[in-house]
Write a protein that binds this ligand. Structure first.
Ligand SMILES: [Zn+2]
Length: 454
């Protein structure tokens, strides 16, 4: 394969070392695709032992890299539950990490410039299977794409970070600063794997999380979110006595309308304040420009067709950017619900309750002038021949655990950067093969520039 196919940046007088590294990555392309195929073929759904099977594929590959020491362990559930910002804190019933280890590969170095490369091994359910053209575990290729659950999110990124290190080492280079490669379980379901690496003491002066930003995009932040549940009571009656009853669906609809208004108000108030969220681009991580989106994902009411519904519940999610706190959001939303309830005699006498449950994700946002971000930016530019689009995503990832300081953990500048594709979490998920090789190149140059390889 001609280098020009993958690296337009190489046509513009590259440094000799850059050229050598990128050429090596191109030579390794076939191997890297085969490795990705092996990863996709293992259905590593969170909470299953297949996560562990896929981790063995990763460990075997890391063991082929000269100078990489392996650390593998099963996280301690109780320790993870104590971490203040674990997004899911209600997980006690039989949940465990047996056979679902974290795998870390490390190359030691003495310089202060060290780097964590992180990607997750778990994937979300491929259901409904009937929506797929082929099996989600086939890892077939066509039209420059590899298909399969996890191809894009985030096994493609995992292949990129591992082959970035492998290719540098094969060029005879050794890091001056420590390099830590982390393959973690459970990103899609709370982040316990990455939290376990923090608790075990793995840290660095910068981190790169290989979520699918797309090769020409660099993600600097993500939104926070809270899950809420609103419960309200009506009064059940038989259909013939409808007017004596209180219809909980109607009451719920009034509250729902208040939530829609509340959402629009927040959207207007915050417009223009977080421009990186408003940047437009191609790829699964780009939102519709708002870090605030509120969605009611489930509305349930009543229990029998011939009965005025006596109760209703709404479960939803609200997003928020840096600058707002989860506590403020909770208070503002509860106030909006109670204000709407106060306008209705029945609900002012029987006010709805608002509870918060499950995922509690914190936001973060890095400055584009952060030195590590500048480094990644320059390396993407040298690889592609053009600078990346920087943006923030409303969705969350393990990057937040590196970025935010919690006690002695975190506070590390983090770039989110990985190969693009499409249909993440949907049927016929795919990753672009060219982007695998391009992001591997940009990540390898980032390693060389940041940690210093010689
Ligand atoms: Zn992901």
């Amino acid at each position: 394969m001609k280098s020009r196919t993958f690296y337009p940046g190489l046509t513009k007088k590259p440094e000799e070392k850059d050229r050598k590294i990128l050429r090596r990555i191109e030579e390794n392309a076939g191997d890297e695709f085969a490795f990705l195929r092996d990863l996709i073929k293992v259905p590593s759904l969170p909470g299953t032992r297949a996560e562990g099977q896929a981790q063995r594929v990763v460990r075997n590959k890391l063991q082929q890299i000269a100078g990489v020491a392996i650390d593998e362990w099963e996280p301690d559930l109780r320790a993870i539950n104590r971490y203040r910002y674990h997004p899911i804190r209600e997980r006690t019933d039989g949940w465990n990490y047996d056979g679902r280890p974290v795998v870390v590969g490390m190359m030691d170095g003495s310089s202060e410039r060290s780097l964590i490369l992180n990607a997750h091994i778990d994937v979300v359910s491929p259901e409904p299977l009937s929506a797929w053209t082929t099996s989600p575990w086939d890892a077939g290729t066509s039209g420059g794409k590899m298909f399969g659950r996890g191809a894009n999110d985030t096994k493609g990124g995992l292949a990129s970070i591992i082959y970035a290190v492998k290719s540098l080492v094969e060029c005879g280079l050794r890091p001056k600063g420590r390099v830590i490669i982390e393959s973690v379980p459970e990103e899609e379901f709370g982040g316990g794997g990455t939290i376990a690496t923090l608790l075990k003491g793995y840290t660095a002066s910068a981190a790169l999380v290989a979520e699918p930003s797309g090769v020409g995009n660099l993600c600097l932040g993500s939104g926070g979110s809270r899950f809420f549940k609103i419960r309200l009571l009506g009064r059940s009656e038989a259909p013939q006595a409808y007017r004596r009853g209180v219809d909980a669906i109607e009451m719920g609809y009034r509250i729902y309308a208040a939530l829609v208004k509340f959402n629009l108000g927040r959207e207007r108030r915050l417009r223009g304040k977080h421009p990186s969220f408003e940047r437009k681009g191609e790829g699964v991580m780009f939102g519709d420009g708002r870090p605030t989106n509120l969605v009611v994902g489930r509305f349930s009411a009543g229990d029998f067709p011939a009965k005025v519904p006596g109760w209703a519940t709404m479960e939803g999610r609200i997003g928020f950017p840096v600058g707002e706190s989860g506590d403020e959001i909770r208070k503002d939303l509860a106030d909006a619900v109670l204000e709407a309830a106060a306008e209705l005699p029945w609900l002012s006498a029987h006010p709805p309750t608002v509870d918060w449950f499950n995922a509690q994700r914190e936001p973060y946002e890095l400055s584009p002038s952060e030195p590590f971000i500048q480094t990644v930016r320059s390396c993407i530019h040298r690889t592609l021949g053009r600078p990346p689009t920087t943006f923030s995503t409303p969705s969350s990832s393990d990057a937040v655990f590196f970025a935010n300081r919690v006690g002695k953990f975190g506070g590390v500048p983090v770039a989110v950067y990985g190969p693009g594709g499409g249909n993440a979490h949907g049927p016929d998920e795919f990753v672009y093969l060219s982007e695998i090789i391009q992001t591997t190149g940009a990540i390898a140059l980032t390693l060389k520039d940041w940690c210093g390889f010689n």
